[in-house]
Design a protein around this ligand. Structure first.
Ligand code: GAR
Length: 195
């Protein structure tokens, strides 16, 4: 059987990208992460992709007349790569209608808080500042909102008296690196990416 070909979209460091690629290589013989899409030329995730020998494509959104035009370019690239699903891993843009339509219910995101609480770019910090006692990680389908699609999986992280933002971030990220690959495994099993 041909492997399921996936792309990862990221904007920054890329620890989730690395976790997904390593897990797929070792544990998911029927899955191949074939491309990284980045919207920042110098994002560290690009170095990670090089090391893992995964081709990356930088999309400079400012060069296109609008988001739809940038996404047309992305869709073309991913169709050529025969990609059947997209994993957002710290990709800090709202996905437009064309891309959503091209991959219906096949775009997944990870968020570092228990949605619907604390959506947006600063989920960990917002939960910490608010003073909640439990936060966590959410994996969800992507729709046209900000971290608003149907929830697939969640796992909690308790905030201790002794925590500071840094120690909380560490635990959240450690959990992300387990939960995203495990959820990917479940989605593959469910046939979500089978075209
Ligand atoms: C992760 O914590 C991810 O949950 C978050 O960006 C970080 C990327 O880290 N995403 C969001 O906040 C989405 N709203 P990474 O680049 O090391 O994988």
């Amino acid at each position: 059987m041909n492997p399921i070909r996936l792309a990862v979209f990221a904007s920054g460091n890329g620890t989730n990208f690395t976790a997904l690629v390593n897990y797929a290589k070792k544990q998911l013989p029927n899955v191949e992460i074939v491309r990284l899409i980045v919207d920042h030329k110098y994002a560290f995730v690009v170095q990670r992709a090089k090391k893992l020998e995964i081709p990356s494509t930088y999309i400079d959104y400012r060069k296109f007349k609008d988001k739809a035009a940038a996404e047309t370019e992305i869709i073309g690239r991913l169709k050529e790569d025969q990609v059947s699903g997209i994993l957002l891993a710290g990709f800090m843009r709202i996905i437009g209608p064309d891309l959503l339509l091209a991959f219906p219910n096949r775009i997944i995101n990870i968020h570092p808080a228990l949605l619907p609480s604390f959506p947006g770019r600063h989920g960990i910090e917002d939960a910490f500042e608010y003073g909640v006692k439990v936060t966590g990680v959410t994996i969800h389908y992507v729709d046209n909102g900000v971290d608003s699609g149907e929830i697939i999986a969640q796992a909690p992280v308790r905030i201790k008296e002794s925590d500071n933002l840094e120690s909380l971030e560490k635990r959240i990220h450690r959990l992300e690196h387990r939960l995203y690959p495990q959820t990917l495994r479940q989605l593959i099993k469910k046939g979500v990416f089978t075209v």
